[in-house]
Design a protein around this ligand. Structure first.
Ligand code: NDP
Length: 331
């Protein structure tokens, strides 16, 4: 049987395109001792992969041209040469964008399809859910009655942040790129107010939505949306820098209004983080998120594109907001 994989074909200038990727047929790999052969079921496409397409130092090594793209995935064990896994087990871990992968058993986690749909291990119970949980609670430390503003509010991380803010008794204000997404946030997730940043005066809309100012800002997008939040900061505000997706495809560094004066006069804290900083606390986060999910206190949305061949397009679609909640590819 032949395998298929998606390689990094060329470094994009600006927005990635079909030319960024190359489909290649290869032989089926064979597992060695301590390894398993996996058939990919679902692939997670994530904004941070754009960062790996740039050369230079970051928190993960860049892709080299010719590398197989890799990200989180869910797969089924087809053949096991490791005692901890059996044929038919469903596992999650980092995997190449391939139909079949060989992986070390020690780098995989078994998932129980009875507990929750397996795709949740890529979204609300996986990396994005944990990012929302630790970023908001550990850095943002929201208190009852405070106003929490979330940019990228209708995405995988953002939808979870909005709901945790509500669970903590806060006023949640979401910023997203369509009225339809904002309706979902308000009607399904109980977000108190929303702003469509593609429509009208964001600064004025934020002022209207935050009559008592902003205590916590969970930033997924950066750029002009974040600039509009700065004048509304309250004393002691916390700004969580989770992502800057509006900048990921820029070739030149973006220079906007500088935030320091706003931080200074409000004794505010701005802190970036990478979710792997919290790796030792993941079990705590998953237990809490799964508890809320099981109790019906936490909802999630997924946008599932069908077909391995559509993986590059699903990734590119993140930059035009084609997804509501977690973007996943069903292989
Ligand atoms: P999302 O599910 O939120 O998908 C990306 C969303 O970003 C799109 O749906 C789109 O929604 C929005 N977007 C795209 N381009 C722009 C733009 N130019 N301006 C404003 N919004 C834009 O992705 P994730 O939930 O996986 O990630 C959210 C953010 O968190 C990303 O920035 C990501 O890099 C970051 N992240 C950081 C982690 C960390 O460890 N610090 C871990 C995981 C994610 P819309 O329709 O609203 O425009």
């Amino acid at each position: 049987m032949q395998n298929k994989e998606i390689r990094f074909a060329s470094r994009p200038a600006g927005m990635p395109s079909a030319e960024t990727f190359q489909f290649v047929e290869t032989d089926l790999p064979q597992p060695g001792d301590g390894e398993v052969l996996l058939r990919t079921l679902y692939i997670s496409v994530d904004p941070y992969l754009r960062g790996r397409m740039r050369p230079g130092r970051s928190y993960v090594a860049p892709f080299e041209v010719g590398d197989v793209i890799s990200s989180g995935a869910v797969a089924e064990v087809v053949e096991s040469r490791a005692p901890q896994f059996q044929k038919g087990d469903v596992v999650t871990g980092m995997m190449g964008w391939r139909l079949f992968n060989v992986a070390k058993a020690s780098e995989l986690r078994k998932i129980d399809p009875q507990l929750a749909p397996v795709t949740t291990s890529l979204g609300v119970l996986g990396m994005p859910g944990l990012t929302a949980y630790f970023g908001l609670l550990d850095i943002g430390a929201p208190k009852e009655g405070e106003t929490v503003v979330v940019s990228g509010a209708a995405g995988a991380v953002g939808t979870t942040v909005c709901q945790i803010a509500k669970l903590k008794g806060c006023r949640a204000v979401g910023i997203a790129g369509s009225d339809e997404k904002n309706r979902y946030l308000e009607q399904e997730l109980g977000v108190d107010a929303t702003i469509n940043y593609k429509n009208g005066d964001v600064a004025q809309a934020l002022k209207d939505a935050c009559p008592k100012g902003v205590d916590v800002y969970f930033d997924n997008v950066g750029g002009e949306v974040s600039d509009a939040v700065m004048p509304l900061l309250n004393h002691g505000a916390r700004l969580i820098i989770c992502g800057q997706i509006s900048l990921y495809n820029l070739d030149k560094q973006d220079i906007g209004p500088r935030p320091q004066p706003y931080l200074l006069v409000n004794s505010a804290l701005m802190q970036g983080f990478i979710i792997s900083d919290y790796a030792s606390r993941f079990p705590e986060g998953v237990t809490q998120l799964a508890g809320w999910l099981g109790a019906g206190k936490l909802k999630y949305a997924e946008t599932i594109v069908e077909g391995f061949e559509n993986t590059p397009q699903a990734f590119i679609g993140l930059f035009s907001g084609e997804n509501l909640g977690k973007q996943i590819v069903k292989v």
